[in-house]
Design a protein around this ligand. Structure first.
Ligand SMILES: N[C@H](C=O)CCC(=O)O
Length: 426
């Protein structure tokens, strides 16, 4: 028996499923979850002292690698000044300035404590601003677990087979119209029928919660045009892609300006932080300047702001994203080459520091349907083979992988060597 197993047995007695977020439970790959005790750079160490090259990065935030010395130091300094006051602090304004200066579509920003809070609040704001109830999302996209958004959702909900969760009232879900990602015609058609009732379109500009699906040419442009035509708010959920696909997020990669943007993960430097922001005119609808209520005891927590701001400073250094994208390219190209050599039908995707792996005959995966048609048994076998070789990937076929600045030639080569061995066994 391993320490992880013992810990999992104990955890299951007192925590539902033994985990505090369902996707951690390994239901998507079979077996039992690994319990970790330490992270350093590109590596994490489990409770049995086995070290892994980590491509989960705490599900995205760890873009500098684990325990980055500057992030740790800034948190230590803040610790001595107190953990939080529930009152304004100077660092919140510094953080807001940094976000607005980095992502030009954001003229005003409000900090919250998670990505779910960010998307939930952005939806409420869009509804309040437009005085409309309906929202449009896309099947397989995941925007956190607020009621309105847990409809045909991706990520853990899809992994566990509950894309529509019990507990979400039908009277709430009926206001969420779910369309097909990367299919602009279905959007135009829906808007022709009910466009004047739609408060917002919310979209992951790169769908990272159904693996990693970039937008096809014209899709995001089409969403922008439809929102302009019908007076709906365009919300880019950049919780995953913000500060990850590029410094200014996917909106800068694809050159589309949303009305609102939601952020999370990297912005907290590993601490629980989210944010939503955008056009001043819309953001001023939020209390206390406007009537749409939104609040949080821990919002803008100084410890979290300090960690996040330090991380944003580090990733703003010249050349950071070029290096990250190059390492991600080496990884995905290398995997593709080795799969080909082993005659395994396989495809990859990547944008900046995020990537997707697909066991499929298709060369390009662009739709939710293609994602769900991938060979899941083969993914599971690959997953466990890689785990054995000391490579930690997300335990779900529907989650993107993340490369950090700490992943260098050595880690990528180790990953490719491991993959070569595992592909040969499939
Ligand atoms: N894809 C999810 C977040 O973006 C995975 C994290 C979770 O559900 O715990």
């Amino acid at each position: 028996m391993s320490q992880s197993n013992d810990l999992f047995q104990a955890a299951q007695k007192i925590i539902p499923g033994g985990v505090n977020s369902p996707v951690r439970a390994f239901k998507g790959v079979g077996g039992t979850p690994i319990f970790f005790k330490k992270g350093e750079g590109a590596y994490i160490t489990d409770e049995d002292d086995k070290r892994y090259v980590d491509y989960v990065g705490s599900w995205g935030p760890m873009i500098l690698g684990h325990a980055h010395p500057r992030v740790i130091q800034s948190v230590e300094e803040q610790l001595k000044a107190g953990l939080g006051f529930g009152a304004p602090t100077a660092i919140e304004t510094t953080m807001a300035e940094k976000v607005c200066e980095t992502i030009p579509s954001i003229e005003m920003v409000r900090m919250v404590s998670s990505g779910t809070e960010a998307t939930m609040s952005a939806i409420r704001l869009a509804r309040g601003y437009t005085n409309r109830d309906k929202i449009v999302k896309f099947e397989g996209c995941y925007h956190g677990h607020a009621d309105s958004l847990l409809v045909k959702a991706g990520s853990g909900a899809l992994t566990l087979g509950v894309p529509n969760s019990p507990g979400v009232p039908a009277s709430v879900a009926e206001h969420t119209i779910t369309l097909t990602y990367n299919d602009i015609e279905s959007v135009k058609q829906a808007f022709a029928e009910i466009g004047d009732q739609v408060a917002a379109i919310i979209v992951e500009p790169v769908a990272g919660n159904m693996n990693c699906i970039p937008p096809v040419a014209g899709f995001l442009e089409g969403l922008r045009a439809v929102c302009d035509q019908y007076g709906s708010v365009l919300i880019f959920d950049e919780v995953m892609t913000g500060f990850r696909t590029a410094l200014a997020g996917a909106q800068s990669v694809y050159n589309i300006t949303p009305d609102l943007t939601t952020l999370g993960k990297v912005i907290g430097g590993g601490m629980p932080v989210g944010a939503f922001g955008g056009k001043r005119e819309i953001m001023e609808y939020i209390a206390p300047t406007g009537p749409v209520y939104q609040a949080g005891t821990l919002s803008g927590n100084p410890l979290a702001m300090r960690a996040g701001l330090t991380m944003l400073e580090e990733i703003s250094k010249p050349g950071f994203f070029e290096g990250l994208a190059e390492h991600t390219r080496q990884l995905t190209d290398g995997l593709l080459e080795r799969a080909k050599a082993a005659n395994i039908p396989f495809a990859v995707s990547r944008v900046g520091g995020m990537f997707g792996l697909f066991f499929t005959e298709e060369e390009n995966v662009t739709t939710f349907q293609q994602v769900t048609e991938c060979n899941i048994e083969r993914f599971q076998a690959f997953y466990h083979g890689m785990l054995e070789q000391g490579i930690y990937l997300a335990p779900s076929a529907y989650e993107a992988g993340f490369v950090s600045a700490a992943h260098g030639h050595k880690e990528i080569q180790a990953t490719l060597d491991a993959a070569e061995k595992v592909f040969a066994t499939l």
